[in-house]
Design a protein around this ligand. Structure first.
Ligand code: FPP
Ligand code: MG
Length: 330
């Protein structure tokens, strides 16, 4: 069945409920970022209106289906996670000097770095204001999630130290910058849906694993896809010399045939011709398959955590969600 949701859902009632909630979250976010200053509203809505998959709110609503209630608090939580995510993208595009996001101009390209940074701050402030409505536990979780996002981003910027294994470092970066907020999306959903503690714990762990798989897929797509598919400029990580799963696997190769690729990957690829050469070599390298296999294994572990839920449409949809994330880059 094809669905306007990013997810194939086999149960018509569940699908209708989720669709209605996704419309609600869109309206609530647009409303909530309205400022007295029209320019601030415009800048804050810029990336929201450019689209996006809304994976975090969708996961929050789905996780809430594991409990008996699905009221206003779940909607507020879904807004919180998406607004936090959007805030981080404004900042991330400044750090990456990215020109494109979701097929639209990034805020830094459309205006400048100052506007992009301050709009990210504004969105995070708005997200925090909403979190206060969810009570002190939610505020603490939001603050911890924010720390982990920032720590992940800082670790990525620093790169591995001399004693660190490059792949371990990379996985720590990913769980901080992406796993944390996706884990919180599932956790908030289960919490405010009224699920029992063991389900909240399982959903949190599931979200973390799905989040890691999501970022790994994103990194694979950065190499594998073209702009039309991803809405971003391909090879951004390569250009900046940011290591990702495929490049780290390729760098471990001792095959003499890979000498040229290893040489190209040893530094940021600013030069257009060298960048294109590395991208072409990587796209056909077995490291891409190995990276995709790693993502599938992560999704399989995530699905195993769902055993805490009864068999039924919600569990099936959460399994499909994990598969979808892994299959993005397949
Ligand atoms: C995208 O990564 C970036 C993130 C997932 C997190 C960025 C976090 C911060 C900038 C910390 C500040 C956070 C807030 C809430 C203000 P990517 O560059 O690998 O992905 P991309 O290809 O989508 O750009
Ligand atoms: Mg980026």
């Amino acid at each position: 069945m094809s669905s306007p949701l990013a997810l194939p859902i086999l149960d018509a009632d569940l699908e209708a409920r989720l669709l209605a909630r996704m419309v609600d979250v869109e309206d609530a976010m647009l409303d909530h970022v309205e400022s007295e200053a029209p320019f601030v509203t415009k800048a804050a809505r810029h990336l929201m209106e450019a689209g996006g998959k809304r994976f975090r709110p969708l996961l929050c609503f789905l996780a809430a289906e594991a409990g008996p209630v699905g009221g206003d608090q779940v909607l507020t939580a879904a807004c919180v996670v998406e607004l936090t995510h959007l805030a981080s993208l404004y900042h991330d595009d400044v750090m990456d000097e990215a020109a494109l996001r979701r097929g639209a101009e990034s805020a830094n390209a459309r205006w400048d770095n100052h506007v992009a940074i301050l709009t990210g701050d504004f969105l995070f402030a708005k997200s925090s204001e909403l979190t206060a409505d969810l009570g002190p536990d939610a505020v603490r979780i939001q603050a911890q999630t924010f720390s982990r996002l920032v720590e992940g981003q800082i670790l990525e910027t620093l790169g591995p130290g001399p004693e660190d294994d490059a792949l371990d470092h990379y996985l720590r970066v990913i769980s901080g910058k992406t796993g944390s907020l996706i884990a919180t999306s599932a956790r908030y959903g289960a919490m405010f849906g009224g699920a029992p503690d063991e389900v909240v714990a399982a959903m949190t762990e599931y979200g973390e694993k799905v989040g890691v798989a999501f970022q790994l897929s994103d990194d694979i797509l950065d190499i594998a896809s073209d702009t039309e598919e991803s809405g971003k400029t391909p090879g951004t990580d390569l250009r900046e010399g940011v290591p990702t799963l495929p490049t780290l696997i390729a760098l471990r190769s001792t095959d003499p045939a890979d000498a040229r690729l290893r040489q190209l990957l040893s530094a940021p690829l600013i030069d257009d011709d060298l960048h294109a050469e590395a991208l072409a070599l990587l796209r056909v390298h077995p490291a891409m398959t190995a990276a995709r296999d790693y993502v599938s294994a992560e999704a399989t572990q995530a699905k195993a955590l769902l055993e805490v839920l009864p068999v039924g449409p919600v569990r099936t949809a959460l399994e499909a969600f994990a598969d979808l994330v892994a299959d993005r880059s397949a």
